[in-house]
Design a protein around this ligand. Structure first.
Ligand SMILES: CC(C)(COP(=O)(O)OP(=O)(O)OC[C@H]1O[C@@H](n2cnc3c(N)ncnc32)[C@H](O)[C@@H]1OP(=O)(O)O)[C@@H](O)C(=O)NCCC(=O)NCCS
Length: 163
């Protein structure tokens, strides 16, 4: 498949609020991005909390083969990204940016002052995305993530001012 047809496919996705029926798809997407996979049930349990919301990139009219999803939590003016994953097939076509944009629009409409997230210090793709959006590092948790290699890497705590 050519790069141009993949790009057209990525542009075809719409970003819509997640509901319980999207959690199985979201679990598959999560497995494509992380070694410690969140099950359908775990994602449903999170999304079932009042404070948690999410968006999924879906082709209009289709429930399956979604392109990516994001989950966030907003409680008492404190907002955080819980997870974001884009299918390896559709990465670097703007879906991560669009999913984060949907979260930012939601939080700004709610009057939320800032958004936090944690990211592995070695996750260059995600860190570049977050910096491009405007996040900056505010803290670091040493030896926070266990890698498959046995090494432990730090978590960067990043913050975006939404004001
Ligand atoms: C991080 C992730 C969500 C990015 O999604 P994506 O759809 O590929 O990102 P986008 O195409 O919207 O990229 C937006 C910007 O992010 C940066 N970026 C994305 N992927 C990158 C990469 N592999 N290398 C460098 N920069 C990258 C670029 O600045 C890009 O802008 P540009 O295309 O104008 O250069 C995706 O790589 C992913 O799912 N990774 C696995 C799961 C994960 O690590 N989640 C984050 C946990 S904190």
């Amino acid at each position: 498949m050519s790069t141009s047809s993949l790009f057209r496919w990525a542009a075809d996705f719409e970003i819509v609020p997640m509901d319980a029926s999207d959690c199985a798809e979201a679990s598959v997407l999560h497995a494509g991005g992380f070694s410690q996979v969140w099950s359908d049930g775990e994602i449903q349990a999170l999304l079932g909390q009042d404070a948690v919301f999410g968006f999924i990139a879906r082709r209009p009219g289709r429930r399956r083969r979604s392109g990516g999803f994001v989950l966030a939590r907003l409680a008492a003016d404190e907002a955080e990204i819980l997870t974001i994953a884009v299918s390896p097939k559709y990465r670097q076509n703007g879906l991560g940016w669009r999913l984060m944009g949907a979260v930012l629009r939601h939080l700004r409409a709610e009057g939320t002052p800032s958004l936090f997230l944690e990211v592995d210090e070695g996750n260059d793709a995600a860190i570049t995305l977050y910096r491009k959006i405007g996040f900056s590092k505010v803290a670091e948790r040493a030896a926070y993530y266990d890698q498959d290699s046995g090494a432990r890497t730090a978590a960067l705590v990043m913050r975006l001012d939404l004001g």
